[in-house]
Design a protein around this ligand. Structure first.
Ligand code: NAD
Ligand code: TDX
Length: 365
């Protein structure tokens, strides 16, 4: 008799679990009552992967394992799957920063497209032995392109990616979808809007602005600052992915969003206000008497900068009852508090000491 898939007991291969969303997802599911399965974190530890993001996961003993490896390496992927009896793959691993994709697209093509292909092939092999094997692909709203002043992206919006990053994510989405149609692999895809929260690498808008503000450095706003993003607290994204793994319909795509559209300039001003209440500029010597908002500096625009993103998440709400649980004000305050309380994490990134630790502990074989 064919096996059925139960996420609560699964052996889950999480790729890219040392990054921002992947690490939050691992903490989220391991801490959840009702999840008795196991997590295997397969991460290459690029500049964006930080083993410190999983500090605390050791307490789960044999229910958590880390494998340093590349999703583009079929041998490594298959060995990790076999060793840990994997029957569920959640693919977070990616090159994720749009600006980097503009300056150097090659690694985006490699990891985001070829890496997804390697994972799908490995999953197809597992699927021959266990047809219930599940594959969830984590993707972005950027595959849909740019919106005018009205409307929101639905799951039926045609793909129109505009940056090397979004084009590579769109390609991987198509591959995942093709493996469902062609081979009957049990896949789900989620396309999510901009995340923010603890452990985000300080190249992305919110953590970059927090760190610059605390050091009294300029807060660089691209172009006219009127580009709009739809912001979602990372914990809400993790909760949505878990629900999709528990109850999502295989073969389907689900949009996930915050229902929280903000112009970049307004967001940066909100952030300056949050910082004023949690770490007043008057008490920060680096500010030399200035308010955080006085650091805002308009700079040259990002090439091909998408104007507006907004997500219609009514499908996941209707089918699975999901809603974002955090308001933007709550999420932003928690985020600022996290960065204020984790100066060692920040210092390790700035001085690169975690890379030395990483090379010592995870030397390539
Ligand atoms: P991130 O850059 O913080 O983390 C990416 C992780 O992937 C890192 O730990 C890195 O070491 C790992 N990685 C990179 N290349 C690898 C490879 N070849 N093999 C194995 N591991 C590799 O990214 P993030 O912001 O956490 O995004 C995670 C996923 O979510 C990505 O697929 C991204 O496209 C998607 N997404 C992100 C957002 C967002 O706002 N950050 C929104 C929607 C979707
Ligand atoms: O210094 C900055 N100044 C600025 O004005 C930076 C880093 C960004 N911006 C703008 C560009 C965007 O309009 O802020 C907005 C957000 O920028 P990013 O944080 O770089 O995110 P974005 O390009 O929107 O992409 C993010 O959301 C979708 C993630 O990086 C992607 O991985 C995800 O798919």
């Amino acid at each position: 008799m064919a096996k059925s898939f139960h996420f609560s007991k699964a052996s889950v291969l999480v790729t890219g679990g040392a990054g921002f969303i992947g690490s939050n997802f691992i903490h989220h599911i391991l801490a959840r009552r009702g999840f008795s399965g196991k997590v295997v974190n397969l991460d290459k530890l690029t500049y964006a992967g930080n083993p410190g993001n999983l500090a605390g996961a050791r307490k789960y003993g044999r229910r958590y394992a880390f494998v340093r490896g590349d999703i583009c390496d079929p041998g490594c992927v298959k060995a990790a799957m076999k060793r840990h009896g994997v029957n569920c793959i959640v693919n977070f691993a990616a090159e994720s920063h749009v600006d980097r994709s503009i300056h150097g697209p090659a690694e985006f093509i490699n990891t985001n497209i070829n890496g997804a292909f390697v994972l799908l092939e490995a999953a197809r092999e597992l699927w021959k032995a266990d047809a219930a094997t599940r594959f969830h692909h984590v993707s972005t709203d950027e595959v849909y392109g740019s919106l005018g002043p009205k409307g929101r992206f639905t799951e039926k919006t045609p793909y129109d990616p505009r940056s090397p990053y979004s084009a590579s994510k769109a390609s991987s989405d198509h591959l995942v979808s093709a493996y469902s149609h062609t081979y009957g692999l049990q896949v789900t895809i989620s396309n999510c809007s901009n995340n923010y929260g603890p452990r985000q690498f300080p190249e992305k808008l919110i953590p970059l602005m927090i760190l610059n503000a605390l050091e009294g450095k300029p807060l660089p706003v691209y172009g006219d600052g009127k580009n709009v993003r739809d912001w979602l607290y990372v914990e809400d994204h993790c909760d949505a992915i878990r629900l999709l793994l528990e109850k999502g319909r295989p073969g389907e795509t689900y949009n996930i969003g915050g229902g929280c559209e903000k112009r970049n300039i307004d967001l940066v001003k909100n952030l300056c206000s949050a910082l004023e209440s949690l770490a007043p500029s008057a008490a920060n010597a680096a500010l030399r008497g200035r308010k955080y908002s006085e650091l805002i500096t308009y700079v040259k625009d990002r090439p091909g900068h998408d104007r507006r993103y907004a997500i219609d998440y009514s499908k996941i709400h209707r089918e699975l009852g999901w809603n974002p649980a955090h308001t933007f004000a709550e999420g932003l305050a928690r985020t600022v508090e996290w960065y204020l309380g984790n100066s060692e994490w920040i210092a390790n990134i700035k001085n690169g000491s975690y890379r030395k630790w990483l090379e010592k502990n995870y030397a390539r074989r």
